[in-house]
Design a binder for this molecule. Structure first.
Ligand code: ATR
Length: 275
């Protein structure tokens, strides 16, 4: 009996998740299918319920439905509760069980694929929307020296600080206030590059041996990655590894087996470069 899974989003045609999960399934010998489902902007619940009624076992949820999925869930994992957004739903006898694997995906990419430890490091997280909220707790769990959340609208960053201050040393500011500060790891969780906008950052932002990480990915480096390379970041990385790692955590929640991510990341990187 094949078990059916899907990813729901809008838009969804670009999603690499079916390729990733097909590769994990082949590698681990799991009998499963994984498809893309486009939901109308006001139709997430209908599409979700229909897939569930047809016997689906679980779904991934992507933009812009992660918050509504959080509201619809019957049971939330602690990290899903904190993120107020979910990307992995499992249909079980308990109802809809929801998790957020984005933070684990980012940290697993940094630690596992890039060999970058966050312990004792100064981290700058740019952005205070859903993407930043989804990873803040996982970053603080790595025991950094400090986490600074910078955002254009500083009040949103301050809200995140209030929410996560019990988990570690975290503070908020706007981009202008970063002048004179430097960080070991700078993570772009804004959607500025999606709108082809650049964020003005001080040229002194990157310390020696620093890593610049853009949670987005594309065939070409983002404006943020180009800036980081120009102004002293030792390594500039996009979010393709995070995409594969968050999928691996979702896969292990559903199937109880953790797939090898490196060959899948390599395959996607090759495909992206050929695109
Ligand atoms: P997501 O769920 O992808 O995080 P979001 O909640 O809309 O989406 O948040 C988008 C983030 O990108 C916010 O931090 C936003 O800054 P504001 O809170 O000030 O709006 C940031 N962002 C988007 N476009 C930006 C730009 N041109 N310059 C700076 N920050 C930008």
């Amino acid at each position: 009996m094949t078990d059916h899974y899907a990813v729901i989003g809008n838009p969804i045609a670009h999603s690499r998740s079916p390729v990733i999960h097909a590769a994990f399934a082949a590698q681990t010998g799991q009998d499963m299918s994984y498809t893309r489902l486009l939901a109308p902007l006001d139709g997430f619940e209908t599409v979700l319920n229909q897939f569930r009624a047809e016997g689906g076992r679980g779904v991934n949820v992507t933009v812009p439905f992660k918050e509504i999925a959080w509201q619809l869930a019957d049971h939330l994992s602690p990290r899903a509760w904190q993120a107020q957004a979910v990307n992995t739903l499992s249909f079980t006898e308990r109802g809809i069980e929801a998790d957020n694997t984005d933070g684990a995906g980012l940290v697993n990419d940094l630690r596992g694929n890039l060999g970058f430890s966050l312990v004792g490091k100064r981290i700058l997280l740019m952005g205070a929307g859903g993407a930043a909220r989804g990873v803040a707790a996982a970053l603080l769990a790595e025991s950094p020296l400090q986490l600074v959340i910078a955002n254009r609208t500083v009040a949103r960053a301050e809200l995140l600080v209030q929410q996560f201050s019990a988990l570690g040393q975290v503070s908020a500011c706007d981009y202008a206030a970063l002048s004179g500060q430097s960080f070991d790891c700078v993570i772009n969780a804004t959607s500025a590059s999606l709108h082809h906008d650049t964020i003005e950052l001080p040229q002194t932002l990157f310390s020696a041996n620093s890593l610049a990480y853009d949670m987005m990915y594309a065939s070409k480096p983002s404006a943020f990655m180009t800036f980081a390379a120009q102004y002293g970041a030792t390594r500039c990385v996009d979010g393709l590894g995070m995409l594969v790692e968050q999928a691996a955590v979702a896969f292990s929640i559903w199937r109880g087996i953790t797939p090898e991510t490196k060959p899948v990341l390599q395959m996607l990187r090759t495909q992206l470069q050929a695109a």
